[in-house]
Design a protein around this ligand. Sequence first.
Ligand code: SF4
Length: 235
Amino acid sequence: MAQNKAQLLEDLRNNTIGNCTRCKLHATRSTIVFGEGNPEASVMFIGEGPGKDEDAQGRPFVGKAGQLLTAVIEKGMKLKRSDVYIANVVKCRPTVNLELKRDRPPDDEEVAACGPFLKKQIEIINPRVIVTLGNPSTKFLVNPKEGITKVHGVWHLYNNIPVMPTFHPSYILRNGGDTSPLKRLMWEDIKKVIAYLHGEITFEAIFGKSGVTLDISINVAGAEKRDDEVQGSLF
Ligand code: SF4
C-alpha cells in the first residue's frame, strides 16, 4: 500500500535525516528542527534556519519571529498554524563561528548539504503555494537576480508551484518591529497569497499558462473586507 504524506515525512525525518552529520552545524545543535504542520497543507512557509528558541524546542518559528509569523497566519490569513506547514532550508542552527552567540544565515555548503531534505519535504507535501521568508530560502528555491527588497511580492515558480517571496519576520523585528513599514509590505504580499488560495486570481493569470485547475470565482466582498478584518489585530 502506498505510504501517505505523514508516513513519508516521518520516514524522511527518521530514516533519511536520522542523526545527521552531513554538515558542520551538527556539532553545535541541540535538536534537528525538521519542520511541522499539516502534511496535506495548501501553504508552506519556508525560512532559513532555526534560531536559539527553535534549537532548544525542536520546532520552527517559536521565538519572537515565530509569534509574528503565527499572527500573520492566524489573524491575517484566518488559518490555524496547524493548517499550514513550516520548515527551513537548514535543519540545524547556524551561528557565527559556531559559537552559539549570534545567528547567521546558512552558508553555501550547509545549504547544499541540507537543502535536498527541504526539496523532499516540498515534493511530499506538494502545496498549492509556497511563501519564502527572506533571502536564503528565496534564493534556494527560485534564485532571483535581485534581493528580497526587490522581489518580495513578485510571484515566482518552483517545480510548477507558485512561490511568493516576502520578508523574514526576524528582519521585520530588527527593522522597526511592530511599527515597521515592512510589516505592511509583508501583509500586501500575503494578501496575494490569500487571493490565490481563494481562487480570486488564477495560476494562468499569474504565469500566463494553464497548469492547475482553480475555482476562479471572484469574492470581491471578501477581498474588500480583508484589510478591515485585520486592522487592530495584526497591525
Ligand atoms: S543542517 Fe542539515 S545537513 Fe547539516 S547537520 Fe543539520 S540536518 Fe544535517
